[in-house]
Design a protein around this ligand. Structure first.
Ligand SMILES: Nc1ncnc2c1ncn2[C@@H]1O[C@H](COP(=O)(O)OP(=O)(O)OP(=O)(O)O)[C@@H](O)[C@H]1O
Ligand SMILES: [Mg+2]
Length: 257
């Protein structure tokens, strides 16, 4: 049972940087304290300066997400969806305004605190999935759980279950390069859910999939997120998929409508 996990352990030892480079988040069981919002942004602003030009991408975004609520983030290409998810994911600084995750004000956190919030509260599905290339599907889903300190056998069982539910039971030991784009996306979904995060930030989680597969994967994603009691903020271009979430917000000229 623990062969895979032990193999991962050895490989982690061989390449400790791989974990940070992967950028995944792990959590401590998804528990959301109290009854407050799992996410609250106030006046969130982000601009980029290139040469003499400053692009104001986010111009005061106010958003509150309740525990367990699944919110679709719509907006045309270039409207700032990924920028917003990156800011909320505390992946980079450079923003203005307030971001509170499970009650913690991001501006008051140092680097260690931000890492802890990412690890303990958030799960990520990136627009470009960022799986660890040297690790196979099940290892990619086990890893965040091991980093969090979970029991290896339990981590492996959960990874197997998540991947199987997402239709990848026959691809557990394939590496990302041996998986289709859609299959890789499903591994990324399983990885984001692995630690039952309070809030999942998903950037086009089904963007690489054909229409039918996107529907199937999104339905499973929504079901799993609901079952786990996680909240989610899901950037998408797809109105049809967005309509299946609890609420839709739209980015327009740097603000939410
Ligand atoms: N590091 C950066 N430096 C300069 N400009 C940037 C940077 N990152 C993003 N931008 C600009 O910010 C705007 C928003 O980009 P973003 O990736 O957030 O859009 P998006 O809504 O996610 O689009 P898509 O739907 O195509 O993924 C774009 O015009 C982009 O060129
Ligand atoms: Mg984007």
């Amino acid at each position: 049972m623990s062969d895979v996990a032990e193999g991962i352990g050895r490989r982690i030892g061989a390449a400790p940087g791989a974990i940070g480079a992967g950028g995944f988040a792990v959590t401590n069981g998804g528990g959301v304290e109290a009854s407050g919002p799992v996410l609250e942004t106030r006046g969130l602003a982000r601009s980029f300066t290139q040469g003499s030009e400053t692009i104001h991408v986010l111009r005061g975004v106010n958003l509150s997400i309740a525990p367990g609520e699944i919110v679709a983030l719509l907006g045309p290409s270039g409207s700032g969806k990924s920028t917003m998810l990156q800011a909320i994911g505390l992946l980079e600084g450079g923003f203005e305004g307030s971001i509170r995750i499970a009650g913690e004000e991001a501006a008051r956190l140092d680097a260690k605190g931000r890492t802890a919030v990412r690890r303990d509260r958030l799960g990520f599905v990136y627009q470009f999935h960022h799986l660890l290339a040297d690790f196979n599907a099940i290892e990619n889903v086990i890893l965040p759980q091991l980093v969090h300190g979970d029991d290896r056998a339990a981590a492996e069982a959960r990874a197997t279950n998540l991947l199987t539910v997402l239709g990848l039971g026959h691809r557990l030991t394939h590496r990302p390069s041996q998986l289709s784009g859609g299959e890789q996306q499903r591994v990324a979904v399983a990885r984001a859910l692995a630690n039952r995060p309070a809030l999942i930030l998903a950037d086009e989680p089904t963007g690489n999939l054909d229409e039918h597969t996107a529907d199937v994967v999104l339905a499973e994603f929504l079901r799993l997120v609901r079952e786990e009691g996680s909240a989610a903020l899901v950037a998408t271009h797809n109105e049809r998929l967005a309509a299946r979430m609890d609420r839709v917000v739209r980015l327009h000229e740097g603000q939410l409508q």
